[in-house]
Design a protein around this ligand. Structure first.
Ligand code: KIV
Length: 286
């Protein structure tokens, strides 16, 4: 085993990547084994997204996700990570009431779960003041504009945001205001690529795109989408790099067939008594 100390990904390094034009890689993870795989592959950022609710917990939206669920999964991810920056998503209602409660909730991700930063959706006046307060409390913040899934009750459906001028102007302002408030990066979700390009050029901090085209400083996808975990609907911006649904389905069918046919377990998957022990000694001889 190598004694070489692993260098953690830091927030200043992400800014340097933007400045040098080196793309930032990010994926979501919600558990220990996935986090280990992503980290060993050298991913820069692992987001414990509140997409947890839809991808892993089976909710229809991200709205029901709780602080306790997010903390539980963030802790598991942190245990699997040696290098990547772990960002924890603040779930709905964990940062909407008082500023004091929001800072307390955000700090739990750092103090209890070991994350390196939090992400919060939106850019209302209150939200911008909160980002300033979080940064003042030494909590690094990743912003999130464009499609903000926690706004689903307003939006009615997940859709591309900012195709038209008024909405587009609002998104540019939101991203710039989030940077001004002190965020170290901004997620741009489901927006036209032209808009993402303009925002990325205007921002000094890295933009991380999902459904925002190729001109962002970095890209993020939901791991389960990339891995093809589901055979259901996927948005246009997803690229499947594996078909785990198909492979796992096959594996389970093969297992069932082997069990039914007595092919599993065979000798190679079984244990033996020490040859010295006789059935007599076990008191089993007839
Ligand atoms: O919750 C999540 O996974 C996210 C990403 C899609 C950016 O917010």
């Amino acid at each position: 085993m190598s004694n070489e100390k692993i260098q953690k990904v830091t927030i200043p390094q992400l800014k340097l990547k933007k400045e040098s034009g080196e793309k930032i890689t990010a994926l979501t993870a919600y558990d220990f084994p996935t986090a280990k795989i992503l980290d060993a592959a050298g991913i820069d950022i692992i987001l414990v997204g509140d997409s947890l609710g839809m991808v892993v917990l089976g909710y229809e939206t991200t709205i029901p996700v709780t602080m306790e669920e997010m903390l539980h999964h963030t802790k598991a991810v942190v245990r699997g990570v040696k290098r990547a920056l772990v960002v924890a998503d603040m779930p709905y209602l964990s940062f909407h009431l008082s500023q004091e409660e929001s800072i307390f909730n955000a700090a739990r991700f750092l103090k209890e779960a070991g994350a390196g930063a939090v992400k919060i959706e939106g850019a209302s006046k209150k939200r911008l003041a909160l980002i300033e307060a979080l940064v003042d409390a030494e909590i690094p913040v990743m912003g999130h504009v464009g499609l903000t899934p926690q706004s689903i009750c307003h939006l009615g459906q997940f859709r591309v945001i900012g195709k038209h001028i008024e909405e587009a102007k609002k998104i540019v302002n939101n991203a710039l205001n989030i940077e001004k408030a002190g965020a170290f990066s901004v997620v741009l979700e489901s927006i036209p690529l032209e808009l993402a390009r303009t925002i990325t050029e205007k921002l000094a901090v890295p933009s991380i795109g999902i459904g925002a085209g190729p001109f962002c400083d970095g890209q993020i996808l939901v791991f389960h989408d990339l891995a093809g975990f589901s055979n259901g609907y996927l948005p246009k911006f997803v690229k499947k790099y594996a078909d785990l649904h198909e492979s796992l389905n096959k594996a389970v069918e093969n297992y069932m067939e082997d069990v039914k046919n007595g092919k599993f377990p065979d000798d190679s998957h079984s244990y033996h008594l020490k040859s010295k022990i006789s059935l007599d000694e076990l008191g089993l001889k007839k």
